[in-house]
Design a protein around this ligand. Structure first.
Ligand code: AMP
Length: 278
């Protein structure tokens, strides 16, 4: 596997690949890689000739400095996993390559409702930071295909909008949520939970599935309320439980092509998110 730390060396290498007609796939991550990330890599490897994984713990998307500091870091294990999975390129940039002094990297697009609901309402500045880093990484890597997880539903919805707004030719491919055997969505944050909390947190997926079974029968507002109560009953602290149109993230109506239930809940001071398409 090639490891690059500067834009120039990465771009030189990719230019040669492109000249040979190779399709470049890109998987941006914050590191602390797990099965969820690896399923993205596997899909990327199937659908492209060269896969670039980036590991960059982007400070601008953390709305709490403590969350940034506590974010798990495991570079050596990550490199081993990437090698085992035959990923060809790791881009592990030094900070100044992403945010060079004097370069304005802020992304100034109005997300409207997409940025106001759910994560947007509870993590001020988060999506501005995500857009900033993803736009910057896309400008550097210039991939044919971008692979993201359904796990971060609002995030990929916003990146899809960003690609449209900037008329970027990169194709977005959304990959399914990978779960632990008990149903809990895989997340780097799960590492911070005690074994007991990790077991209790499976209730998040159970409630999402319950919601899928009941959403045609019960009113949406009631479902959202009951789901939050069920989370509380298991000792979790729900931040939101929202059933929304899968494209606009507005309340669903009869024209909604996709309806999705999304939730964020705290347990042992760790914030977990998950969703299910209904
Ligand atoms: P992160 O490192 O948390 O920023 O995640 C990098 C990418 O992996 C994002 O596109 C996530 O949506 C995706 N991802 C994270 N966890 C999972 C999971 N459990 N299943 C599928 N994709 C995931």
């Amino acid at each position: 596997m090639h490891i690059f730390r500067t834009n120039h060396t990465l771009q030189q290498h990719l230019q040669k690949q492109r000249a040979q007609g190779k399709i470049i796939g890109f998987v941006p991550t914050l590191g602390a890689l797990h099965d969820g990330h690896m399923s993205l890599m596997q899909t990327a490897l199937k659908q492209s000739d060269v896969v670039v994984c980036s590991i960059f713990i982007n400070p601008t998307q953390f709305n709490q400095a403590s969350d940034f500091q506590k974010y798990p870091r495991s570079l050596m294990a990550d490199i081993e996993l990437l090698i085992q999975n035959d990923v060809q390129i790791l881009y592990y940039p030094i900070d100044s390559e992403i945010y060079p002094e004097g370069l304005d990297t802020t992304v100034d697009i109005d997300l409207g409702l997409l940025g106001k609901v759910m994560e947007g309402a509870h993590r001020p500045g988060h999506f501005e930071g995500v857009m900033q880093v993803v736009k910057r990484l896309l400008d550097i890597v210039d991939p044919d295909k971008l692979f993201m997880g359904q796990k971060d539903y609002q995030q990929f919805t916003i990146i899809r909008y960003l690609l449209e707004q900037f008329k970027m030719p990169t194709e977005l491919i959304v990959c399914p949520i990978i779960r632990e055997p008990n149903g809990l969505a895989r997340s780097s944050r799960n590492e911070r939970l005690s074994a007991e909390a990790r077991t209790r947190a499976k209730v998040i997926f159970e409630i999402l599935q319950w919601c899928k079974q009941h959403y045609k029968i019960e009113k949406i507002k009631e479902l959202e309320e009951q789901a939050q109560n069920k989370l509380k009953a298991e000792g979790l602290i729900p931040e939101y439980f929202s059933i929304v149109d899968g494209d606009s993230l507005a309340p669903p109506d009869e024209d909604s092509k996709t309806i999705v239930a999304c939730t964020a809940a705290w347990i042992e001071g760790v914030r977990l998110i998950d969703n299910i398409i209904l």
